[in-house]
Write a protein that binds this ligand. Sequence first.
Ligand code: ADP
Length: 190
Amino acid sequence: MKFYVLFGPPGAGKGTQAGAMVERYNLCHLSTGELLRSEISAGSPLGLQAKALIEAGNLVPDEVVEGMIESKFKSVKEVKGFLLDGFPRTIAQAEALDAMLAKGGEAVTACISLMIPDQLIHERIAHRANIEGRADDARPEVVENRVKTYHDKTEPLIEFYKKAGRYHEIDGVGTIEEVRDRIFTEMDKF
Ligand code: ADP
């Protein structure tokens, strides 16, 4: 099984590119952001806990997303692997992921990192706010906090995956097709 981590700041294009990636490589797409948003719409206890945190631009607790991911690993069959989108987002989550995979003799295949400059993060999210209507995209101070959270808690994962020899950086600036083709060129190697 392949386990890809799709990494990048908010607005880097992870959700946009994920569809083409799962189709080409027969992967199951697991987006913790999407899973959390469906818990919120369903009004589940987990959704209620996550809502305020997400709408303030903070992370939900590590144990919550780790539990969601582990239960999906167990329930999804008949794929060649998984595309983890928005997970891990902290070093603790990355360690938990390694431990989960190690139980089945597996490991992260590659961290595919979509990089864009901070300025573009703001432009893309402002644009998306008009299209998708996500509460956490609409307020500039919330976007600011998400970018800060990314730099403080998530960016250290770059070193984590570099040390593991699993880090593959893709320039996320360009058209959707240009970025997609750069990703495919990299992933065709695995
Ligand atoms: P984006 O990448 O645009 O920030 P996501 O849909 O991936 O959007 O995530 C939206 C929000 O969901 C995050 O800002 C965070 O509050 C929460 N979230 C998603 N994934 C995680 C995670 N792995 N750990 C903690 N919180 C998460």
